[in-house]
Design a protein around this ligand. Structure first.
Ligand code: SF4
Length: 436
């Protein structure tokens, strides 16, 4: 048996915005489709029958993780923010009960996400090593790709997967089991299998990988350098699979969903309407304001209910231009006018902004918040997280009081690039302002 594990998260705060480890699920599905016995242990999942605690999760599937307070890692102890530190996910005891369901694995595959969550990954590796001392563990995922050298150093008791994951895993699986899976024929050739979850209130959908834009703060282009589109028939099958099971919530994991709208999203929505199906759709990664239009909105509404999130980041011109070219104030005004004209409920619209950018003063975020609110829309300021390898990272390093080469200091909750004109406290007040 091959065990795939989604690790614990260590952080000041974490919220489950329909986050499932899609890469890990694809790998598990690939192995299963190649005839291997596979299990997925998602330590963040809130609905295993073994769990001794319950987390509050909304009907649509987003909600809280289970958590318990833990001491801060040594390096974060001197960071003076009045926040407790938590380990998110099930307890060790519940994790042991979950693993006891499965036979002893021959190989363990472990994913990772945010760079600054690596202490949760370390705790997961320690737990797995104690439970299965002789079983080889391979780590992959976002943190290991963005901070490879750090991961090689901190996780020298496991193997870290290289960029070419599938050919590498093929060899390791062959060594552990005596059989080698076939390499997937393309980036969308695997159908994700969600039966690893006892009950899932939603299904992730992905029409595209990568993003044609190159925003200076974003890790997307590093993780998915090419923009690639899936096939309409494949997406229809994945939607139909969930819909027939009675699932009504579908979550787009795309970074650039609207970029392919004429080829994929529009025909998909027309098909849903023709079939007489209705669903609820969510866009946690944010949509492109400039690519949203009347036709898209009409097709979307005919297919069901939508909760829109749009990535805007800042509306102040001198902040915008060096950051990205994806949208501007004019696009946002047009979006608001369209939504109002079509009487779309603005309660279901969120506008993502960035706070705490290198050298950004509080006034600029405040101004953007007011501009968004002035249009009747709800701003969500998110703290900037410096990501190694992105063009903005060097600016962040220069403007931070922390050593940003250390991933723990890349944590957005500490506002790594705070300065006298935008302190940690300012960012909390900006969030209040956005909510009020
Ligand atoms: S548009 Fe979004 S996903 Fe694409 S590079 Fe910019 S921030 Fe990243």
């Amino acid at each position: 048996m091959i065990l795939c594990v989604n690790p614990w998260i260590d952080d000041f705060t974490a919220y489950d915005l329909w986050a499932k480890p899609l890469g890990l699920i694809e790998i598990a599905s690939w192995l299963k489709q190649n005839g291997f016995d596979v299990a997925v242990a998602d330590l963040l999942y809130q609905h295993y029958p073994e769990l001794s605690q319950k987390a509050s999760v909304k009907m649509t599937g987003r909600g809280n993780y289970l958590r318990r307070e833990i001491p801060r890692p040594e390096l974060l102890k001197h960071v003076s923010i009045p926040r407790k530190f938590y380990r998110y996910g099930m307890s060790k005891e519940d994790a042991s009960a979950l693993l006891s369901r499965y036979p002893r694995p021959r190989l363990i595959l472990l994913t990772s996400m945010m760079t600054y969550w690596y202490s949760g990954l370390r705790a997961t590796v320690d737990f797995l090593k104690k439970t299965y001392p002789e079983v080889p563990v391979i780590g992959g995922g976002i943190y290991t790709r963005l901070c490879r050298n750090h991961a090689l150093r901190v996780f020298d008791d496991i193997e870290i997967a290289p960029q070419e994951t599938y050919s590498f895993l093929r060899e390791r699986v062959r060594e552990s089991t005596g059989h080698a899976p076939l390499i997937p024929s393309g980036p969308f050739s695997i159908s994700p299998d969600y039966t690893y979850y006892p009950s899932l209130p939603y299904i992730p959908l992905r029409f595209t990988r990568g993003c044609p834009y190159r925003c200076r703060y974003c890790a997307g282009p590093l993780l998915e350098p090419r923009y690639i589109e899936s096939r309409l028939e494949k997406i229809k099958l994945e939607f139909e699979y969930g819909y027939k099971k009675g699932i009504k919530d579908f979550v787009f994991y795309d970074d650039a969903l609207l970029f392919s709208k004429e080829r994929l999203l529009h025909p998909f929505l027309k098909w849903i309407e023709q079939q007489g199906m209705k669903a609820r759709f969510h866009t946690p990664n944010g949509l492109h304001v400039a690519l949203f239009d009347e036709k898209t909105l009409a097709l979307m509404r005919a297919a069901g209910e939508w909760e829109f999130r749009f990535g805007v980041e800042t509306l102040i011109k001198n902040q915008r231009q060096p950051l990205d070219v994806k949208t501007d104030w004019h696009d946002l005004q047009q979006l608001a006018a369209l939504l109002l004209k079509e009487e779309f409920n603005l309660e279901h619209v969120r506008i993502y902004l960035l706070a705490g950018l290198p050298g950004q003063p509080r006034m600029e975020v405040e101004e953007s918040i007011k501009m968004v609110k002035g249009l009747g829309l709800r701003p969500i300021p998110n703290e900037y997280s410096p990501i190694p390898g992105t063009p903005l990272f060097n600016n962040a390093v220069k403007s931070s009081v922390y050593d940003l080469q250390e991933p723990l200091f890349q944590n957005k909750s500490i506002v790594p690039c705070s300065w006298e004109e935008q302190t940690w406290r300012d960012v909390q007040e900006l969030k209040e302002l956005a909510r009020s």
